[in-house]
Design a protein around this ligand. Structure first.
Ligand SMILES: [Zn+2]
Length: 305
């Protein structure tokens, strides 16, 4: 990984948190462009990076979590369709297991995905019949078309050089006036403040960039994107993140997603049930004040510098 700020390249920074949960990792703020990012002494290889319980592929269709996800994704698809009522082609970059893509497909969109994690890509192809490209994107056209819509859900924070990659991705694969949807964790959120260096969505060292909504806007502006709408509420990542942050106030040190996927202990389930009546309204009001755990922005591609 190149040293320096992932967005502007400057090597000057101030430290926000030292000694994060990953050895040798700190959270720093670029002195030049104010971007917040992860500084690590070394970066493990990709297969090791994503080969733990948080990113494990589990079969959870028909679970409560899956139903929540369904509702959330359907709401996003309705919003996308309100910008693009003709429902053309949609590229879900970093499509994971393909759930969002399959719902968009059912809704009338012609969806293709990109996913480099073999197990997830395989799931998306087999279970949802999605057309998925598994190559690491560097440049050029991925499929033979220009897409009407590009979605990037929790992708940008993982990229070591998001500027170069997204410039090429958007420049070569999205129509002029196409819609680009970007969702990332919100480092400016209340739940990030509550949990501090233990915030679930820091997810170091996998998350390299930690966007504030305004830095995301500025970054997208440099890519020729113009923001049309911003949403701060997500039930599954926002409310779950708030629940995790509240648990951390009580000394909880693990990762709620990992535990729910892999252990499902009764004590944790009970704690979540008790905390949800507090976490839900707290996250809801945070989102109204633009301090929700995620930020999702809908952009129109105008021009590229
Ligand atoms: Zn910078």
């Amino acid at each position: 990984m190149k040293p320096g700020c992932p967005l502007c390249g400057s090597e000057k920074y101030t430290i926000i948190y030292e000694h994060l949960q990953f050895p040798g990792a700190s959270l720093v703020k670029c002195s030049h462009c104010s971007h917040i990012y992860t500084l690590t002494s070394y970066q493990p290889a990709n297969d090791k990076l994503y080969n733990d319980g948080v990113y494990k592929v589990v079969e959870n269709r028909d679970s409560l979590f899956d139903k929540i996800l369904n509702r959330e994704y359907k709401r996003v698809i309705r919003k996308i369709s309100s910008f693009k009522p003709l429902k053309g082609s949609l590229l879900d970059f970093g499509c994971g297991k393909g759930k969002f893509g399959s719902l968009a497909n059912k809704n009338g969109w012609k969806v293709k995905g990109v996913e480099t994690a073999p197990e997830r890509a395989e799931y998306a192809k087999k279970i949802y019949g999605l057309e998925v490209d598994t190559n690491f994107f560097t440049a050029g056209k991925i499929f033979d078309i220009d897409f009407d819509v590009l979605t990037l859900f929790h992708v940008a924070e993982h990229l070591s050089q998001p500027g170069n990659l997204l410039k090429e991705l958007i420049g070569q694969n999205v129509k002029k006036d196409g819609l680009v949807v970007i969702e990332v964790p919100n480092i400016n959120s209340l739940q990030a403040k509550i949990a501090g260096s233990k915030w679930m969505h820091l997810d170091v060292p996998r998350h390299i960039s930690h966007f504030t909504p305004s830095r995301l806007d500025q970054f997208a502006g440099d890519l020729g994107l113009v923001c049309q709408r911003t949403v701060f509420f997500s039930f599954h990542l926002g409310v779950l993140g708030m629940t995790d942050s509240l648990l951390k106030l009580f000394g909880y040190r693990r990762n709620i997603i990992y535990e729910l996927k892999n252990k499902r202990s009764l004590v944790l389930k009970l704690a979540i049930v008790l905390l949800l009546p507090l976490a839900f309204p707290l996250e809801f009001f945070s989102a109204m004040l633009k301090r929700g755990g995620i930020v999702r922005k809908y952009f129109i591609k105008r021009k590229q510098e």
